[in-house]
Ligand binder design. Structure first.
Ligand code: NAD
Length: 501
């Protein structure tokens, strides 16, 4: 199978795989899938170290995160080699999507965690004799299950946040790219975090299932819609809180007043970044007829100049290449025209511009995850919004216009997790804001202050300040007390006093 070859099981019956690099199909090593017993042992180690970690002051946790950051910068050239051999992606993409992004997450949350997680003390509008505080307490052990398309950042970003919030973490990375995620465990250990606090469990879907069966206190899952449904069901049965970051079919709308040169560059970058294997990459483009010719011509010129190997890498996972090829061939068979590209080239797919696509073709409705730009000409922005929303996914979207206020108004009408005006593929990197999908693109969100808090249980503690002998609603329920409630409703909410509440 693709870049992963099954080997015969070990003497304890555990599944084994050999991993081949997508760069040149060289053997990069083999691994044994963690069995349910291995997962349980890792869970026990995590449960043993987590309580002391939860007691460690946030500033001390953050100081260790700064150690990890320094170590990552020192080791980046070595890590780069492993990340590239695991994914085949370009040096440029590996540096900014994996290394730079991780440095930023470590520093951003490390420097802010003590503020974001400090107790809230809201004043109480009704129960005025009580004092409230909300403590952000760690969940316990967090499971992180991650995909192959960003194997380091998508494993380490939730881990950094969960650890700063006081949790232990068990990571089950994609079996397709195991070596990238394995770096996360050694990085945390070598930076001085307690042994067992961050552990990587290599394995396939069955190992992921065993991890959920081991009852973590929260699951942070990133992957496909189908697997998301399966793990969501399982978490539902076990009542494990989970965030599901799933697939997308991000629309890009080119208005008649788009800043054309920038829009052309952004459309090409948004569609081809990571060879299209990016959850929130541009997957379909709607261009208003008035500017369609100029836009399409500019896009074709730019895409035709893209060099395989220099600008985009091969496919990380071979079956994805088959899926992309099928979507392009099906579209062409149904009347679409290829203006450039259109073919498989070894383990690459040529960057491809498709026109004369229809709203019904898979290439416009299903996740492609490849370097394809299907462009559909629309009469006006209203038609573009209608088509963009008529989709089962809702991860991201982008709009290009010189009228930024109009762009924002249009953005508020798109059923997408996030909207970008005059740029592409930047939402995950804006750490101040939540990142998550609507519709089938996911449940919950990561990043932002709430992303960090979501690795905690927000525990309110209510303290009575005055301590009278009894409260007005305590037993016995006398006619006077019933009358008191009636009067309270009338006096407070039936009069202007309610404006003070
Ligand atoms: P996938 O769903 O095949 O696998 C994701 C992870 O789930 C892997 O680690 C896999 O081993 C594990 N898994 C599989 N079956 C499981 C089971 N039954 N129980 C528990 N774990 C199981 O996804 P993929 O092909 O690795 O990744 C590509 C997909 O991820 C694309 O759809 C992409 O859009 C999506 N993605 C989404 C985001 C986001 O933030 N929304 C980010 C990156 C990728």
């Amino acid at each position: 199978m693709g870049f992963l070859r099954p080997l015969s099981p070990d003497d304890q019956g555990r599944r084994r795989f050999q991993v081949l690099s997508p760069v040149d199909q060289t053997d990069t090593g083999s691994f044994t899938c963690a069995s349910p017993a291995d997962v349980d042992a890792a869970m026990a180690r995590a449960r043993a170290v987590q309580p002391a970690w939860a007691q460690t002051p946030i500033k001390d946790r953050a100081a260790l995160m700064q150690n990890a950051l320094k170590l990552l910068i020192e080791r980046q050239e070595d890590y780069l080699k492993i990340l590239i051999s695991d994914t085949g992606r370009t040096e440029m993409e590996t540096r900014f999507m994996e290394i730079l992004a991780t440095c930023d997450v470590m520093n951003f949350y490390g420097r802010r965690a003590h503020k974001i997680l400090k107790d809230d003390r809201p004043g109480l509008h009704l129960l005025r004799t009580k004092r409230a505080s909300i403590a952000y307490r760690p969940m316990g052990v967090v499971a992180v299950i991650s995909p192959w398309n960003g194997p380091f950042i998508l494993s380490i970003n939730p881990t950094i946040q969960a650890v700063l919030a006081g949790n232990a973490v068990l990571i089950k990375p994609s079996e397709v790219t195991p070596w990238s995620a394995s770096l996360v465990q050694t990085l945390f250990e070598d930076a001085g975090f307690p042994k067992g606090l961050v552990q990587v469990l290599l394995g396939d879907g069955a190992t992921g299932k065993a991890l959920i069966d081991a009852l973590p206190d929260k699951l942070s899952f990133t992957g496909s819609v189908d697997t998301g449904r399966t793990v969501g069901r399982s978490c539902g049965e076990k009542l494990i809180p989970c965030t599901l970051e799933l697939g997308g079919k991000d629309a890009m709308i080119i208005c008649a007043d788009a800043p054309m040169e920038r829009a052309i560059g952004g459309a090409v970058f948004g569609s081809l970044m990571n060879a299209g294997q990016y959850c929130s990459g541009t997957e379909r483009i709607y261009v208003v007829r008035e500017v369609a010719e100029t836009f399409i011509q500019g896009v074709v010129e730019k895409v035709a100049a893209i060099q395989l190997g220099r600008d985009i890498g091969p496919f990380i996972f071979e079956p994805q290449l088959d899926l992309v090829e099928k979507q392009v061939n099906d579209a062409v068979a149904a009347g679409a025209r290829v203006l450039t590209g259109g073919k498989r080239a070894g383990s690459f797919f040529q960057p491809t511009v498709l026109v004369d696509v229809t709203h019904q073709m898979d290439v416009m409705t299903e996740e492609t995850f490849g370097p394809i730009l299907p462009i559909l000409i629309v009469e006006d922005e209203e038609e573009a919004i209608r088509m963009a929303n008529d989709c089962r996914f809702g991860l991201g979207a982008a709009i290009w216009t010189q009228d930024k206020a109009k762009g924002e108004r249009m953005g508020r009408r798109l059923n997408a997790g996030s909207v970008i005006i005059n740029d592409a593929a930047v939402a995950y990197g804006a750490l101040e804001v939540p990142f998550g999908g609507r519709k089938e693109s996911g449940v919950g969100s990561v990043n932002g202050a709430n992303g960090l808090r979501n690795f905690c249980h927000a525990q309110p503690i209510l303290t009575e300040r005055l301590g009278p002998k009894e409260e007005r609603v305590w037993y016995p329920f006398t006619p006077e007390k019933v009358d008191g409630i009636k009067q309270a409703v009338a006096w407070i909410w039936g009069t202007p006093i309610r404006w003070l509440m």
